[in-house]
Design a protein around this ligand. Sequence first.
Ligand SMILES: Nc1ncnc2c1ncn2[C@@H]1O[C@H](COP(=O)(O)OP(=O)(O)O)[C@@H](O)[C@H]1O
Ligand SMILES: [Mg+2]
Length: 242
Amino acid sequence: MEDTVIKFENVTKIYKLYKNDKQRLLSVFSKRVPYKEKKATDNVSFEIKRGESVALFGKNGAGKSTILKMITGVAFPSGGEIMVNGRVSALLELTSGFDPEFTGRENIFLKGRLSGIPEAEIKELEGTIVDFAEIGEYIDQPVRTYSSGMKARLGFAINVNINPEILIVDEALSVGDTAFKDKCLGKVNEIIEKDNVTLLFVTHATATAKQFCKRGIVMKNGKLVLDSDIDAAIKKYKRIVK
Ligand SMILES: Nc1ncnc2c1ncn2[C@@H]1O[C@H](COP(=O)(O)OP(=O)(O)O)[C@@H](O)[C@H]1O
Ligand SMILES: [Mg+2]
């Protein structure tokens, strides 16, 4: 069991869809506000061992991001069990968890603590993160003064420099200009080359997936339809997107 770093057991995530924001707000006070239910994931089970690299395939809306969000704790399952064992670094929603009133530097400590990293270790990493972000003097300004590109840079700099045991990458990620993107890709490569780092990778680019992953999971309409070696998974995915 201790070799298992991520385990989903019959995980279902139901989103409640309201007619509009007003109805959504009203639902806080009343159970009678009507809504529709959307199963973003439907009874999904899988297990990932330490050091594995797994690609997650599926059309838009298949439930991939929802799975990643539940692993990182941004979203909670409506049913089933999730176990995550190890320091997670998620290259998605890079700026979630920032406090706009705090400076960039203060947010490094805030996000570090939220990720369960001891203060002394964050202090050691601080210089590396600040250098990586390349946002100059802005690091000591409140994050509310940042452009979206600067926020993404800082978010990325934190996430790739905290020595993650589990790396989660959503290809939909945007990090701004090409030069910074290349630097990020280099860093991701460096992380996954380390022994015992586990990678979960969402992509539509099957060639890239094959380059990094031996195993693939295919999602369709919230259901896990195949969990297999990468070649079979790509074959299945290609049939689905056709
Ligand atoms: N916050 C949300 N509120 C309501 N529905 C959502 C929310 N997030 C995702 N969904 C719905 O759940 C389904 C799965 O979405 P998602 O996990 O983002 O798919 P993917 O990443 O594979 O494109 C979609 O139908 C999507 O519209
Ligand atoms: Mg997505």
